[in-house]
Design a protein around this ligand. Structure first.
Ligand SMILES: NC(=O)c1ccc[n+]([C@@H]2O[C@H](COP(=O)([O-])OP(=O)(O)OC[C@H]3O[C@@H](n4cnc5c(N)ncnc54)[C@H](O)[C@@H]3O)[C@@H](O)[C@H]2O)c1
Length: 338
């Protein structure tokens, strides 16, 4: 199969996390990279191939670039998405899609069906969440009724925008939005109602809250999504996301099965238990990298890879969060644009 050329805009910490996947991909090749900090684009060009360039416009204007990776902070994404679409480029970006509902709506409108867009989340490339999805879809232990997530880590310190509510948000928008997306994916039905709270328990120096909780209801189900930056867990480096994480997750179906995952003999498994009985499913690896799956979908005009949310889904996540934030403590209906 032909290879697609990628231009990368934004060579910060997120690219560090994606670099291995890009290196392992066989259907994409890096053509050019831009970051206002030229040292960063040079460093990743040396690692991934391609040429560092002096402006994002050079990447937009390059006719040989098929896919643009917008690995920039959320408040910069809208204009770049609009420009990418104008230049006929497919788009890979990440969460949160934008800082507010209006930016997200503008990006969804710009993309329409003109180009392909994929938004990389925590569930992207995760064979584990695809395994959970298969189990719930099969119906063999009932429908997902409770998705419960507790997540603790220190607040981000490697940039000056992540804790700013106007440019990004607090812990929910910055991190728990991954699990909001996972919960919606695994529930497989629309969210109906929401209750949300935010508090500053330890870090009064932050512009945002440090402890946030959302209860998101679905027909016959609920997601309980709790995150805190209040505890000063270990920070291994302030240059990037190298922090101690405590992550507790379990799920329960409407037939009373509790699901968790763990490693057994170096193999990851999902385990369901009920009344002392157990069922075990192996987690089967996904084929290839997300970059290859996205490129294959473009080349074959195939469906979006199931582990790669599209722009509408990512915009809905931001919309749910921003609507909830305006109605602190109040149970309210979830209203999503069609
Ligand atoms: N770091 C992580 O672990 C992680 C994980 C998942 C998602 N994300 C998401 O990735 C995105 C980027 O976050 P990050 O952690 O890489 O932040 P970062 O601050 O480390 O990197 C952002 C990069 O964008 C560059 N940049 C700033 N203005 C630019 C412009 N006008 N044009 C091009 N580049 C510009 C910066 O110089 C910087 O190198 C955010 O949406 C974030 O939520 C990050």
């Amino acid at each position: 199969m032909a290879k697609l050329n990628m231009g990368i805009i934004g060579c910060g910490d997120f690219l560090r996390w994606q670099a291995n996947g890009i290196k392992k991909s066989s259907l994409v090749r890096v053509r050019s990279l831009f970051d206002p900090d030229a040292g960063r684009s040079k460093k990743y060009a040396a690692l991934l191939g391609g040429s560092p360039v002096g402006s994002a416009d050079e990447i937009f204007a390059d006719k040989s670039v098929d896919i643009i990776c917008l690995f920039v902070p959320p408040w910069l994404r809208k204009n770049m998405v609009i420009q990418a679409v104008k230049c006929g480029k497919h788009i890979l970006a990440t969460k949160p899609l934008g800082p507010n509902i209006a930016d997200c709506a503008a990006m969804v409108k710009a993309v329409g069906k003109k180009v392909r867009a994929g938004i990389i989340y925590r569930r992207t490339g995760s064979a584990l969440f695809e395994t959970y999805k298969r189990i719930f879809k099969s119906g063999q232990i009932g429908r997902l009724a409770l998705y419960r997530q507790d997540w603790l880590h220190h607040y981000p310190q490697w940039n000056n925008w992540a804790t700013d509510p106007a440019r990004n948000g607090g812990p929910f928008m910055d991190a728990m939005i991954h699990n909001l997306n996972i919960a919606r994916y695994l529930m497989g039905r629309p969210a109906t109602a929401c209750t949300y709270s935010s508090a500053k328990l330890a870090h009064r120096e932050l512009k945002c809250g440090d402890t946030e909780f959302m209860k998101l209801d679905f027909a016959g189900g609920s997601a309980h999504l709790f995150i805190t930056w209040a505890a000063d867990l270990a920070v291994h480096s302030t240059q990037g996301n190298d922090r101690e994480h405590i992550d507790i997750c379990y799920m329960v179906t409407d037939k009373g099965w509790r699901l968790t995952d763990c490693w057994q003999d170096d193999k990851q498994v999902v385990i369901a238990s009920r009344l002392g009985k157990k069922k075990v499913w192996p987690v089967k690896p996904l084929g290839g990298t997300v970059f290859d799956r996205f490129a294959a979908a473009i080349l074959k005009k195939g469906p979006q890879p199931s582990d790669l949310p599209d722009m509408v889904e990512a915009a809905q996540d931001v919309t749910i969060y921003r609507q909830a934030e305006r109605q602190l403590g109040k149970i309210h209906k979830v209203k999503l644009p069609r």
